[in-house]
Design a protein around this ligand. Structure first.
Ligand code: NAD
Length: 482
């Protein structure tokens, strides 16, 4: 395995630090099982230090008092430094998560850089408001930063969801503390060092590495943190809400799990294309995607034909060595995650559902073969639970109402799709599927200008787009009598 000459320590107040306890995160490279060493398991002492540094920088105004133009220029400089380090960032993420290097180099890292550019370019194009309640007074309605903001992020795509939060939070003038997932800390540490080189003052961006139930919990419970913004499982999202209530009622934003529905109507003329989009959206990154369309709901009139196309398409996403240049799909992030997914696959087989499992060569250490279960019962664990692996379930329907009822029979509401050539079905499904993002004859379309976020237990608030600035700010009204 390639070795990386880089910093692995936490980054607090502009300095690299180890944990006072001397503890490090215990983890291995998914691709070859070698130990990844030297990433501190931070505890309350480091969280305290990070909050103090962040608060001091905020109070001093070293960042929030800079003009919008200055903040924008620093962030654009960060984007260009990240471009120079694109290969290193992609290597670090592959090394830690086992996802294909090509995915990171060609897709994720450029996307993470685009996020920085998009928000930097937007910050001086958003406006606050003013109202004139009478002829002798006006009220300015202004957004102010929250203060000290914590961002707790997942491993499945280490830099993109993290930057969806960190960058608008910084541009609004906050001081930020990031707690990356324990599985993937290295690329965000590198990004923080680049941010310092770009001109982010010490204390304004801090990285506290460590375990969720220690470092993450301490941050979310801290009385001097003003907002906590989390991407991860719904289970932990609920804990974050509790921590806020148990401490200082800090503002909470949550981007959580999903079990998204992909409906294909008999009126859809492009079944092959629909099957291709479903397979790509579901099996890319071994299904470790929050918005993966993991429940396919197919009109019984065309289901047999659709399944034939789907089986051909799914075969393209068998896992291979993540560092191989041909590989578009690597393995899953850890042995623990692999075992969890395989338990769901065993459960599906024991339940007697029709199963299609696709095999291949050059299988990586943590690879899981794409698996499709047909005619899974609503109410079963396979139907209800987020597997976060390459396991797709397929159900049939006879009317659009039945399809929408199946789609909505979930605690989640992140995304959904309908494929149809009937405009009335488009309108009806788009209005009635309970999810934050509805795709029509498409899936997973992505642009920084469009908000992303779920309904129900998939989350609270929005990432991406200019709406994201609202998350990291609070509204103040200033009454002026003249
Ligand atoms: P996770 O909930 O286990 O962990 C997410 C983060 O929370 C990690 O940094 C972890 O260390 C931290 N954490 C864990 N326990 C904590 C606690 N008690 N207090 C504070 N922090 C804690 O999720 P994961 O396994 O890293 O990621 C997979 C999950 O993330 C899936 O459910 C997926 O759907 C979701 N996800 C959602 C989105 C989205 O935008 N909606 C994007 C990516 C991933």
């Amino acid at each position: 395995m390639k070795s990386f000459a880089m910093e692995t320590r936490a980054f607090i107040g502009g300095n690299f630090v180890t944990a006072a306890s001397g503890e490090t995160i215990k983890k291995e490279c998914p691709a070859d099982g070698s130990a990844i060493e030297g990433v501190p398991s931070c505890g309350e002492a480091e969280v305290e230090l990070a909050v103090k540094s962040a608060r001091a920088a905020y109070k001093a105004g070293v960042w929030r008092n800079k003009s919008l133009k200055e903040r924008k220029e620093v962030l654009l400089k960060l984007a260009s430094l990240m471009e120079e380090q694109r290969e290193q960032l992609a290597s670090l993420d592959t090394y830690e998560t086992g996802r294909a290097y090509r995915n990171y180099y060609e897709d994720s890292i450029p996307k993470a850089i685009e996020v920085v550019k998009y928000f930097a370019e937007s910050i001086d194009k958003i406006y606050d408001n003013c109202v004139l309640p009478s002829s002798s007074e006006f009220a300015a309605i202004i957004r102010e930063p929250l203060g000290v903001v914590a961002c707790i992020t997942p491993w499945n795509d280490p830099l993109v969801p993290a930057n969806w939060k960190i960058i608008p939070a910084l541009l609004m003038g906050n001081s930020v503390i990031v707690k990356p997932a324990e599985q993937s800390s290295l690329s965000i540490i590198l990004e923080a060092t680049l941010a310092k080189n770009a001109g982010i003052p010490d204390g304004v961006l801090n990285i506290v590495t460590g375990y969720g139930d220690i470092a993450g919990k301490a941050l979310a419970l801290h009385n001097d943190v003003d907002g906590v913004f989390f991407t991860g499982s719904s289970e932990v999202g609920k804990l974050i809400l509790q921590y806020s209530g148990m401490s200082n009622m800090k503002k909470v934003g949550l981007e959580c799990g999903g079990k998204s529905a992909f409906i294909v109507s008999a009126s859809c003329k492009r079944l092959k294309e629909a099957a291709g989009v479903l397979a790509a959206s579901m099996f890319y990154n071994q299904g470790q995607i929050c918005s993966a369309p993991s429940r396919a709901i197919i009109d019984n009139k065309i289901k047999a034909e659709f399944m034939e196309y789907l089986k051909i398409e799914a075969q393209k996403y068998v896992p291979q060595d993540p560092f191989s240049p041909e590989s578009i799909v690597g393995g899953v992030v850890s042995k623990e995650q692999q075992l969890k997914i395989e338990q769901y696959i065993s459960l599906g087989k024991e339940s007697g559902y029709a199963v299609f499992q696709f095999s291949g060569k050059n299988t990586p250490r943590n690879g899981v073969f794409p698996t499709i279960f047909e005619n899974v019962e609503p109410g079963s664990r396979l139907f209800k639970e987020e597997i976060f692996g390459p396991v797709l379930i397929v159900l049939g329907f006879d009317s659009l109402d039945e399809a929408i009822n199946i789609a909505n029979d979930s605690i989640f509401g992140l995304a959904g799709a309908i494929w149809t050539d009937d405009l009335r079905e488009v309108n009806y499904a788009a209005r009635n599927i309970e999810a934050g993002i509805i795709h029509v004859n498409s899936y997973g379309n992505d642009d920084n200008s469009v908000p992303f976020g779920g309904y129900k237990q998939s989350g609270i608030g929005k990432d991406k787009s200019v709406y994201a600035f609202d998350e990291y700010s609070q509204i103040k009204t200033v009454w002026v009598s003249v």
